[in-house]
Design a protein around this ligand. Structure first.
Ligand code: ADP
Length: 249
């Protein structure tokens, strides 16, 4: 597949807070992820990983703080709380080159793999949606099953569709929520090689994971969240293995 040109982009969370009623899902999280980093988030259930990824993907509005996307050459896009652009539902609409893969893959069961990609390509205003969908189906190894309804797919195949969908816009930042969960060993190996290609192409990757695996081996940095705060970060010279295998993580 032709590699889509993209500008290397990082992601900066500044004092991010998220409250649900009286519950703090995130407590003033500040993190700077440089362009090209591959960050694994670990932490117990409920520690705030999904919320942070969804805020990064501009799908959830923080109660406080801001998200921005510093480029490699100093240019910067602000997130929805940054004050420059109005609040938006679609990340691509504000120019932030994001792809998000949710834990529940959010693909349409009653459409084929190809129809799913065509639908989202058209919604995102992608040029030549047919060619783009075909190239991505090839990239994720689903060309032969492109005409099958997604409801007939295994978790691993649905994950492939979800990843293809996240790649439609040629994003430079990819956020993945528990991408390895529910995959069989073959699926994990496939996911690891796909993410390795993305990482090696210079895309910035943020993903939540449980424990060590072929996927965590790709990480260049690990961060552990605990009760909505950053409890450990290999940037602060913590040991990556200790973060990923922390009891309860
Ligand atoms: P993790 O991904 O680490 O399991 P989450 O980000 O899903 O953690 O959740 C962090 C906290 O926020 C949890 O206490 C969770 O119950 C709460 N939470 C997440 N989303 C919502 C929501 N939509 N409404 C109310 N509480 C929520």
């Amino acid at each position: 597949m032709t590699v889509q040109a993209f500008a290397p982009t990082g992601i900066r969370f500044e004092n991010i807070e998220k409250r649900y009623g009286g519950l703090y899902a995130l407590r003033r999280v500040s993190l700077e992820v440089a362009p090209g980093e591959c960050v694994a988030f670990a932490g117990r259930n409920g520690s705030g990983k999904t919320t942070l990824l969804r805020i990064g993907a501009q799908l959830v509005r923080p109660s406080g703080g801001s998200v921005s996307f510093p480029g490699a050459n100093g240019d910067e896009l602000r997130g929805e709380d940054g004050g420059v652009k109005p609040p938006l539902q679609r990340p691509d609409a504000m120019g932030a080159p994001l792809g998000f893969v949710a834990h529940a893959t959010m693909v349409y069961d009653e459409l084929t793999a190809e129809e799913n990609l065509l639908l989202f390509a058209k919604l995102q205003g992608i040029a030549e949606p047919g060619a783009r969908a075909a190239a991505l189906l090839e990239e994720v190894g689903l060309s032969e099953r492109r005409g099958s309804l997604v409801r007939t797919f295994s978790r691993g195949m649905r994950q492939r569709v979800a990843i293809a969908r996240a790649l439609l816009s040629g994003p430079s930042v990819l956020l993945l929520d528990e991408p390895a969960t529910g995959l069989d060993p073959e699926g994990i190996t496939w996911l690891a090689s796909t993410l390795r290609r993305m990482r090696d192409a210079g895309r910035t990757i943020l993903m939540s994971l449980h424990g060590e695996s072929e996927i965590s081996a790709l990480a260049t940095r690990a961060i552990r969240l605990d009760a909505g705060s950053v409890a450990a970060d290999t940037r602060a010279r913590s040991d990556m293995r200790a973060i990923l295998t922390f009891a309860g993580a």
